[in-house]
Design a protein around this ligand. Structure first.
Ligand SMILES: Cc1cc2nc3c(=O)[nH]c(=O)nc-3n(C[C@H](O)[C@H](O)[C@H](O)COP(=O)(O)OP(=O)(O)OC[C@H]3O[C@@H](n4cnc5c(N)ncnc54)[C@H](O)[C@@H]3O)c2cc1C
Length: 393
C-alpha cells in the first residue's frame, strides 16, 4: 500500500536553459539519500525534479541523467523567469497532485511529498518559505548536511512527554553562530492527542556548493510528466518588463588572487582595511569581504566604506563564489556560508589569532596572529621580492 507522504521533490532552478549548479547538487544529494532510504526501508520512493520553465524539455532529460527518477515539467511562457507569486501557487499544486504522482508510482494514497528541497539562494530562500506556508508544513533554511533516521523523541508538547518513535525523519543540519555550532532541525508531527497534526513535507533550502552532483549518466532512464498549471491574471500581476544581468564592478573572475577581510578588523577598522587594500595591491589581487562587513558594522571614512564594505565584495552563499589561485582570509572566522564561496580557491592563507577558528581547517597555511602584526611583515617581504614575483596576467 502506498504511503500518504512519499518521494523527495527537488525544485529546480535554471538560467538560459541550463540548471544552476545547486540544482544538480541537490539532485545528487537527493539520489544518495533516497538510495539509502529505499535500501533501508525496502521501499521504492522516487527522486522527483520539478521544473517550471519555457521550452526546457532538454533540461528535463538532463535532470534524469543527474539522478532524478521522474521530472514534473510545467511548460509555459509565464515561467520564462521566476516570479514568486505564480511559482508558489503552481509548485503547491504539483506537490499536492495525486494524479501526477501516479505517473511514476502507485501513489493511491498520496497527499504530499515526504521530503522537499529548494536552493538556498535568492530565489529559493523566498520560494521555499512561501510554498511551505501554502503546504502548511515547516522549513529549515540554509542546510549543509542531511541524514534520514528513525528517532525516539520525548517532547513536552509534541509527544505529551512520552517517548515516541518517529520513523524516516529528515535530520536537517545548519551552521549557526558563525559556523561554530551545528543546529539540527526536525519537522515532526504533533503526536500529542490534544494537538494532533501531521507536518509534511519535511523541507529545507540547501546551501549552494556543499553537496556534489552525481556523475552524469546518459544510460539513466526516468519519466517526464507534463503538468498544465492553473492560475489566473491575479497570479500574474507581477510582470517582468525588462531583465538585465548587472555585471559586478568587482572583478573576481579574472584576478588570480583575492585578499578578504572580516570582523577581525574591528580594533582599528580604517587602518586595517587600508592595510588589506595595500596587500591586495601588492599581490595584484581583488579585495573580498565576509557578509557582516557589507552591513558596515564599524565606523570608517566614507571613501573606505563605499569602496570596500559593499555587498558586491561579499564572498559566500549570499555573495559571490570565487576560485582564485591564492585566497587570503584576514580576520575571517570561516563560517560555512563563507567557505562555500571560496573553497574552490587554489591555495588558502588565513591570518587569525584564534587557532580554534573553523578557517584553520580550510586553509593551507594558518598564520596565528593579529592582522595588524602579520600584514606589515607580509608587505615588507613582498616589497623586497617584488621584482621576482611579477604576476603574469
Ligand atoms: C543565511 C545566512 C547566509 C550567510 N551568508 C554569508 C555569506 O555569503 N558570506 C559570509 O561571509 N557570511 C555569511 N553569513 C554569515 C556567517 O554565518 C558568519 O556570521 C560570517 O561569515 C562571520 O563573519 P566574520 O568571519 O567576518 O566574523 P566573525 O565570525 O566575527 O570572525 C571574526 C574573526 O576575526 C578574528 N580576529 C579577531 N581579531 C583579529 C585580528 N586583530 N586580526 C585577525 N583576525 C582577528 C577572530 O578570531 C574571528 O575568527 C551568512 C549567515 C546566514 C545566517
Amino acid at each position: 500500500m502506498s504511503a500518504k507522504y512519499e518521494h523527495l521533490y527537488v525544485v529546480i532552478e535554471h538560467e538560459d536553459g541550463k540548471p544552476v549548479p545547486v540544482s544538480l547538487e541537490m539532485l545528487g544529494e537527493a539520489r544518495r539519500l533516497m538510495n539509502g532510504f529505499n535500501k533501508k526501508y525496502s521501499a521504492n520512493e522516487k527522486v522527483v525534479a520539478l521544473v517550471l520553465g519555457n521550452n526546457m524539455r532538454r533540461l528535463c532529460e538532463e535532470l534524469i541523467f543527474y539522478g532524478a527518477d521522474a521530472v514534473i515539467y510545467v511548460d509555459s511562457p509565464e515561467f520564462q523567469y521566476s516570479r514568486n507569486l505564480v511559482d508558489t501557487k503552481v509548485i503547491s499544486q504539483v506537490a499536492t497532485n495525486r494524479e501526477l504522482a501516479k505517473k511514476f508510482s502507485d501513489a493511491s494514497n498520496f497527499i504530499k511529498p515526504r521530503y522537499m528541497f529548494f536552493a538556498a539562494d535568492n530565489i529559493g530562500r523566498q520560494l521555499s518559505s512561501t510554498v511551505l506556508a501554502d503546504l502548511e508544513s515547516g522549513l529549515a533554511s540554509d542546510i549543509n548536511k542531511l541524514v534520514i533516521e528513525d528517532l525516539e523523541i520525548k517532547h513536552e508538547h509534541k509527544t505529551k512527554g512520552q517517548a515516541v518513535k518517529y520513523e524516516k525523519t529528515l535530520e536537517m543540519y545548519r551552521p549557526d553562530f558563525s559556523g561554530f555550532l551545528w543546529t539540527t532541525i526536525l519537522c515532526l508531527d504533533n503526536r500529542n492527542p490534544a494537538i494532533e497534526r501531521e507536518y509534511h513535507p519535511q523541507a529545507c533550502s540547501i546551501i549552494p556548493g556543499v553537496f556534489l552532483p552525481i556523475e552524469r549518466d546518459t544510460s539513466r532512464r526516468g519519466v517526464i510528466t507534463d503538468y498544465i498549471p492553473k492560475f489566473d491574471e491575479r497570479d500574474l500581476r507581477v510582470k517582468v518588463l525588462d531583465r538585465k544581468i548587472v555585471k559586478s564592478a568587482v572583478d573576481f573572475d579574472s584576478c588570480k588572487a583575492i585578499v578578504s577581510f572580516g570582523r577581525g578588523i574591528k580594533d582599528s577598522s580604517e587602518q586595517n582595511i587600508k592595510m588589506v587594500a595595500d596587500l591586495a595591491q601588492a599581490l595584484e589581487a581583488e579585495v573580498g569581504v565576509s557578509l557582516p562587513i557589507s552591513k558596515k558594522p564599524f565606523a570608517v571614512s566614507e571613501g573606505v566604506s563605499s569602496t570596500y564594505m559593499i555587498p558586491d565584495r561579499v564572498i559566500g552563499t549570499s555573495g559571490r563564489k570565487v576560485a582564485p589561485l591564492l585566497y587570503i582570509a584576514a580576520g575571517i572566522s570561516g563560517a560555512m556560508q563563507h567557505i562555500a564561496g571560496m573553497k574552490e580557491s587554489g591555495f588558502v592563507v588565513a591570518i587569525n589569532p584564534d587557532e580554534n577558528s573553523p578557517i584553520k581547517d580550510e586553509c593551507d597555511i594558518f598564520i596565528k596572529g593579529r592582522m595588524e602584526d602579520v600584514i606589515p611583515l607580509l608587505l615588507e617581504e613582498l616589497r623586497k621580492q617584488k621584482p621576482a614575483i611579477e604576476v603574469k596576467k
